[in-house]
Design a protein around this ligand. Structure first.
Ligand code: NAP
Length: 258
């Protein structure tokens, strides 16, 4: 049987990175621009106060990087952006969502049932799970019909139900499991509709970012810089074929149990 075509990052013309204001998303944008001299990247941020580095990068790449303010859990915001691209007849070969929320000064991941708060749970699900399926809803029509494309959502190994031996972090864990289920569902729908969109959930590995900083001082896991993580994620993506759609993969390309 003929070998299936791998997703080739050097072939792509257009990419969107959601959640690119800082952290892993920003590093993915920088890596894409550096590695593929013809790609045009659309990069979205939510909080302008934290997007200085992305906005500076756009000054360095005035033609190949277009920066967009967007709220990824607002359907109107997503719908307007997708409409703009559709009107320009822009096909998107690669979409990566690097959106995720673990905590901030007022919200800490739950250590026990006593810490459960309904509004906090809803926030975890809105940001971590629902953003990905809304991106799928508004942007899948922009993927090309005849060539291989990729939709990857940066997830987390703690969303693996089988691998959960520690408990805690109720909202973050369960919203990452839901994110994976939504990505898998989209993969199945795209396959049924004969669309060659490789749809993936990817665990980035423990990476030094604003999200992880409060929790990594005693970690037993290998620590990655955002730039190394960006390279790892793009490397994983470029090793996949359409037969791998619907997978939950780690930064080194290995499968993570659901
Ligand atoms: N760092 C790690 O060790 C690690 C490990 C496993 C998984 N991950 C996953 O990797 C992805 C990227 O995280 P990161 O480490 O790069 O963290 P980060 O620097 O904090 O980036 C998180 C991104 O999510 C966006 N975001 C957070 N809350 C939001 C909200 N309420 N509305 C809209 N956007 C929101 C942020 O945008 P604004 O700041 O513009 O709002 C930012 O773009 C996440 O999915 C995370 O769960 C990270």
């Amino acid at each position: 049987m003929a070998e299936k075509e791998k997703f080739n990052l050097t072939d792509i013309n257009h990419a969107i990175v959601f959640g690119a204001g800082h952290g892993i998303g920003l590093a993915i944008v920088a890596e894409l621009l550096q590695e593929n001299p013809k790609v045009k990247v659309f990069a979205t941020y939510n909080n302008k106060a934290k997007a200085d580095d992305l906005l500076s990068l756009a000054v360095d790449f005035p033609v190949r990087l277009e920066v967009k303010h967007l709220d990824p859990i607002c359907e109107k915001s997503l719908g307007n952006f997708s409409k703009e691209l559709k009107e320009d007849s822009t096909n998107i070969d690669l979409i990566i969502s690097s959106i995720g929320f673990l905590g901030h000064e007022d919200i800490k991941p739950e250590k026990s049932l006593n810490d459960i708060n309904k509004d906090t749970l809803l926030k975890y699900f809105a940001v971590n799970s629902i953003s990905s399926v809304l991106i799928g809803k508004y942007f899948h029509r922009l993927f090309p019909k005849k060539t291989l494309s990729c939709f990857a959502s940066v997830s987390a190994k703690v969303g693996s139900i089988e691998d959960n031996r520690m408990g805690g972090w109720y909202g973050y864990r369960s919203s990452k499991s839901a994110q994976n289920m939504l990505m898998k569902n989209m993969a199945l729908e795209f396959s049924r509709n004969k669309l060659d969109i490789i749809t993936l959930s990817i665990h980035p590995g423990t990476t030094i970012t604003e999200l992880s900083k409060p929790y990594i001082s005693n970690t037993k896991y290998k620590l990655h810089s955002p730039s190394d993580t960006a390279k790892n994620i793009l490397n994983v993506i470029s090793n996949q074929t359409i037969e791998d759609t619907g997978s939950f993969l780690s930064w080194d390309g290995s499968q993570i149990p659901w």
